[in-house]
Design a protein around this ligand. Structure first.
Ligand code: SAH
Length: 643
């Protein structure tokens, strides 16, 4: 459900029993309502809360759902869907996502609002759930490029004025598109395919429009807080993205109206050519936290209202301090100081400002304190604007802790695949990232770190999620078995996590012991346990104790991390312990790289275990006293009594 929340409320519509059967499980997993004609009503559907029935014409029913749903999944012929929705379509910036699934669920088509309505994303997600082929026809998809009107979405950037169609067309044609990025994250630039059409502003010779080199530039993207007016006569299509980096500090008299606050901010921004959509939020002193006009203004624009006690504000050096203000509220500055404090808090991924921090640089201040009054409005407002190094995303971050199974794509659960396809950022060990690359798509931030840096990987994931991104952390096998889930949750707990934000969801995967077992038959079957021989994070005496106990208790044992280039002794000691309790003839399976290209399986007996090549990609399974080998199979009986 968490995965599909961007698409809620979501509806699916089918008019035949086959299409209803295809869409019903989808509605369960995605958390949507399936609408069927009254004629398809059967008694068993009465108990299914996800199914509803419409009466009368489908056309008028869809019209009644259109405005208040974010996504429509149709189990109808594409032609019928086009006719049904044609009169309802208005604008790609406001229309819902519309996708079509064929009756038997083999194909999922992104029909309308592919980018801004996120129909392309929903299509990929639904296709992964159904095991279907996603059909995306947008220009940038085929080029393996992120869409121009989507690149800033993970970071909460706002689309500004411009010729979005013109610039997108230039990208689709492979023309050179200049990018002038003044603020905001550059993470989106890190995973562009080679031969991408973007020319970054660092390439000096192409910046001057009048130079000969500029001939080759066919479109331009500005990423800044400046409000630019583009001439309608220009043949160069241009667009502007606005990362939310501006913090507006506000001071106001009691009873100042919402209108006056709004006018003051709009006027100040216009005078300084600042884009209103680059505003991150509003900052003020704590005694104004319930000032009605200010609260109403923030609610209307969905701006966060950040407030600070006088003792924090007075510690900030500002250009325009006032003794009158100091006497009234206990700080010589409200607007300038509050804007500066907020801008500083957003100068790193996490909010790291503390009350004792007094080194807020005044260079962040773009607009010094302005006082605005209006004859017809009560009160007075002071406005100051500071710029933060990092944008405010306005999004609640998510951590998707994903187990990707042993290594073959079809061993990953559909839910895990959906999670991976939906993430803004995917973090994991490079080998695993390579294995899942067919599921990933352009525009995703991919960060791989060496295998030894699990803790850094967890911290990076948390940092991005706290900033507002949806981050998938990938482990091989199951993420909760010697995987990243524990590390991430442990680290979150250490950071004082409230258990809610960022949101966390864990996606299980097939762990190595199951994968290995499946290749040799049924060696686990009965009571079994897993023991990792790695003493990097566990003291060796604990491991030895467990080996003794498990061997004595006749558990089938799966040894993870059996031997590395530097840890050689551990397996020898384990072997000695096992032989104290188990017959030398006990069957063992040595499975290396299960479900990967270089898979190698060896069946043997405990006495010969150390003669077989074993490394870090290997899982060793040791049978119990009833386990037997039978040809290429290792079988542990379901119970003891039959042997
Ligand atoms: N989270 C993983 C385990 C990571 S610990 C899981 O649930 O499977 C790493 C160890 O897992 C390796 O040393 C090896 O013992 C085992 N392992 C992981 N993938 C494997 C595979 N494809 N085949 C055999 N063993 C594997």
């Amino acid at each position: 459900m968490l995965l599909f929340q961007d698409f809620h409320p979501l509806v699916a519509i089918a008019t035949t029993p086959t299409a209803a059967q295809t869409l019903q499980p989808l509605c369960h997993s995605a958390g949507g309502t399936l609408w069927l004609p009254e004629s398809l009503h059967t008694s068993e559907q009465n108990n299914d809360p996800t199914v509803s029935f419409y009466q009368g014409s489908l056309k008028s029913h869809i019209a009644s759902l259109w405005q208040n749903h974010r996504a429509f999944i149709f189990g109808l012929a594409t032609g019928a869907v086009v006719r049904l929705i044609a009169p309802l379509l208005q604008d790609k910036s406001s229309d819902p996502a519309v996708i079509v699934v064929d009756e038997t669920g083999q194909f999922v088509i992104s029909l309308c609002s592919g980018h801004q309505g996120k129909a392309d994303q929903l299509t990929r997600m639904i296709a992964l759930q159904l095991g279907a082929t996603p059909i995306l026809t947008g220009g940038s998809t085929g080029l393996n490029l992120p869409a121009v009107d989507m690149v800033g979405i993970p970071f909460g950037w706002q689309r500004g004025e411009g010729d979005w169609t013109g610039v997108s067309a230039a990208v689709a044609k492979g023309e050179r598109v200049e990018v002038i990025q003044e603020v905001g994250s550059t993470l989106w630039q890190n995973h562009l395919p080679s031969g991408h059409p973007f020319v970054f502003d660092a390439d000096e010779e192409t910046v001057d429009v009048n130079s000969a080199n500029s001939q080759s530039i066919n479109a331009r993207i500005w990423i800044s807080f400046t409000q630019r007016r583009f001439s309608p006569d220009s043949d160069l299509p241009k667009v502007q993205w606005h990362p939310r980096v501006l913090w507006v500090g506000i001071g106001c008299e009691r009873g100042t109206s919402r209108e006056l606050i709004e006018t003051a901010i709009i006027q100040t921004c216009q005078r300084h050519h600042l884009a209103l959509s680059a505003i991150a939020g509003i900052a003020t002193i704590d005694i104004k936290a319930s000032e009605v006009g200010l609260v109403e203004f923030c609610q209307a624009h969905d701006f966060p209202l950040r407030t600070f006690p006088a003792k924090v504000l007075r510690s900030v050096t500002v250009p325009t301090p006032s003794t009158v203000v100091d006497q009234a509220v206990g700080s010589p500055s409200v607007a300038e100081a509050a804007a500066l404090v907020c801008s500083e808090r957003f100068s790193a991924c996490s909010e790291r400002f503390s009350a004792s921090d007094t080194n807020v640089p005044t260079t962040n201040l773009l607009v010094k304190k302005q006082i605005v009054r209006a004859d017809d409005q009560p009160g007075a407002v002071t406005v100051a604007i500071a710029v933060a190094e990092q944008e405010y995303t306005g999004r609640i971050g998510q951590l998707l802790l994903v187990g990707m199974g042993p290594g073959q794509l079809d061993q990953i659960t559909p839910a895990a695949k959906t999670a991976l396809s939906q993430a803004d950022a995917v973090i994991g060990y490079s080998l695993y990232i390579d294995l899942i690359s067919p599921i990933l798509h352009p525009g995703q931030i991919i960060e791989s770190l060496p295998i030894t840096q699990e803790r850094q990987r967890a911290q990076r994931a948390i940092e991005l999620a706290q900033w507002g991104l949806t981050v998938a952390v990938v482990s091989s096998g199951d993420c909760g078995i010697y995987g990243m889930a524990g590390l991430v949750l442990e680290e979150l707990k250490a950071q004082g996590w409230d258990g809610k934000t960022p949101r966390v969801q864990v996606f299980p995967g097939i762990t190595a012991l199951q994968a290995a077992a499946s290749r040799v038959g049924a060696p686990l079957m009965h009571d079994f346990c897993a023991i990792s021989l790695s003493n990097l994070l566990t003291p060796w005496d604990v491991i030895e104790k467990r080996l003794n106990a498990a061997a004595q208790a006749d558990f089938v044992i799966a040894l993870y991390n059996p031997r590395s280039r530097t840890r050689i002794e551990q397996l020898t000691i384990a072997h000695r312990i096992l032989l104290q309790y188990r017959s030398p003839q006990t069957p063992v399976a040595i499975v290396r790289s299960a479900y990967r290209e270089d898979e190698k399986i060896t069946l043997s007996t405990l006495d010969k275990l150390l003669d077989i090549p074993i490394d870090m990609l290997t899982t060793v399974l040791i049978g119990n006293q009833s386990t037997r080998l039978h040809g290429d199979w290792m079988i542990t009986p379901r119970g003891y009594y039959r042997f």
